[in-house]
Design a protein. Sequence first.
Lengths: 254, 475
Amino acid sequence: MTPTGPTVGLFVTCLVDAIRPRIGFATLRLLEEAGCRVEVPPQQTCCGQPAFNSGDDADTAALARQVIAAFEPYDYVVLPSGSCAGTIRHGYPELLANDPDWGPRARALSAKTHEILSFLVDVLGHVPQGRRLEASATYHDSCSGLRELGISAQPRRLLADVEGLEMRPLEGNDVCCGFGGTFCVKYSDISGAIVDEKAEAIERTGADLLLAGDLGCLMNMAGKLKRRGSSVRCFHTVEVVAGCADGPAIGEET
Amino acid sequence: MSAPAPQAGFKARAAAAIADPTLKIAIDRTTGTAERKRAAAVAAFSEFEAARARGKAIKDHVIAHLDHYLETFERNATAAGAKVHWAASDAEACAIVVRICREADAKLVTRSKSMLGEEIGLPHALADAGIERAETDLAEHIIQLAGERPSHIVWPAMHRTREQVAELFAEGHHPPPTAFDPATMVQSARHELRTKFLSADVGISGANFLVADTGATCTVTNEGNAELTTTPPRVHIVTAGIEKLVPSTAHAFALLRLLVRSATGGELTQYTTFHCGPKRPGDADGPEEMHIVLVDNGRSRMLKDEFREMLRCIRCGACMNHCVVYRQIGGHAYGGVYPGPMGAVLTPVLAGLERSRDLPSACTMNGRCAEVCPVQIPLPTLLRAWRGRSWRERLEPSGLRYGIGLWAAVARRPRLYRFASGAGVRLLRRLGKGGWISRLPLAGGWTGSRDFPKPAGRTFMELYRAEQSGKGGPS
């Protein structure tokens, strides 16, 4: 199939790269199905969010410039993460606002950066067809995607088209899971208490699966569910939408 | 006198709070109700977003022209018969209040709830001066009996359950309540406070708004205690931060619509009172003297730095009601006068960043506080600004500094990064049993309360390159 759509630079994010490459391949599959020409720039590492949220602006700016240089040749930058996409969209322009050279480049990259599912729905208007998954699932709105990028209806729209999938509402679906990047290690007692409450809410849905759009949040919730002895299985929403959720869930032996 | 040190043991205080199951019940009861009622009030107010934008614009305008409105307020308040005092610091503000009390030969002062009073340490200053103080807000009355500080800016005693309050009243009321149902307990508090209301020499209140074009101060309460604090005594003292100014009464009402909905989910408070000067000839009641102490205490410094937007805050408490951290640890763990997200921005202003470095860091940056803020304060951005300052001033622990520095140095070298991440995931895999790692060296904070998923054997970049060169594919 020869792609007729735009050229997309795929930024898989550091967590997906290291922990769960399947999410990256699911994203790649969705983009190719939608007709995009996809490239994976080898200069990609991390968007710099751990430094950004630690107040280390100098290192963040250095990583931001690296990301901008690597991804500015493409029509779009797409990531399987609302949080990393949010950093490029809002963090980079804020951080480099007063830089005469990099400021405009940061704003230009910001304007063409998207989280994968909102990119499919809002930019390409593409809904994958013929997906099927016999399961019940509940969906957690990861905070950065929800509040920085307005990701809420798009994943639900795409999940609604997955045949056999029964979606169950999650109480407090828009309440933070307690991950917060370095927060979860620096303030582990508080983070642990927050995610415990989240895990209880997930268990109360009785759903087979937990879905969310950010691997950091998913690892936090999945890790707590595992510690509690829960049988809920956790997938990135992209895996379900791409039809790749037939394999091992997060933390299941590969 | 300066604000109490919040730094000492934030983590220990947080851990203790989390271990207290009664506290969690108390927090969830109050903030849960507040959250639900606010959501209903906002849903029923179709112009809420427009009102928010207007509220922000009003505050921004006043902040941009603060000198003008301060002068206008002073002129009009003075014309109405009040005496206006200026205090640059908390200590100066307390000294002024104590001096006025002494000049009035005050033995007993009543006080209606004021966070500014807490901020400047007024309860301690009065105690040090040997002046008896009676808190008249029901919740403040409870925490005065308990010898505590407020744990929430709207519900100061929200950390205490009804059962705990019953114990305090049984000990602190004379005579003790005859029964411990809410109605009888409230009646007992009324009885206890009534004699104070009528025998106080000075009444001290805060102000929700300072109205520039009339010179009036405005208090809002649901109990009517502010009116009984400000009217019967001979002298009424108002302590207020200079950011409380609004141009006119109409502007005060525009903000009031936001304040009450955001705080309690009501449309209006039970009592909204404008105090304009002392008793005039022919008035049935009112104080003989009215003093207004305008307090700076770091505010004019905020005008010039990156925390300027925090001056918009109208103290509704919505940010803390919607904060996942506050809802686990409650207000006291923050250690400052103001808890929650707004407190995490303000406490470093008041107490210094060195002693409160943890507060801006102990936040997940989820943005819910900014989403509900009625005057659109970008709280996460302001918290991040503190983190930036903390990093530049080298206040962060050296382990974190080196860790982030090393990680960033590697992340800036893509080839080295790919090598290191490939080696790293294979090393991590060896720590796991089944699909999970239950104990991580160097990241015990993670595995202390949750498991860590074992990484796949190869990174995405390795698998992708292999696939591209036709040597293999994803597992």
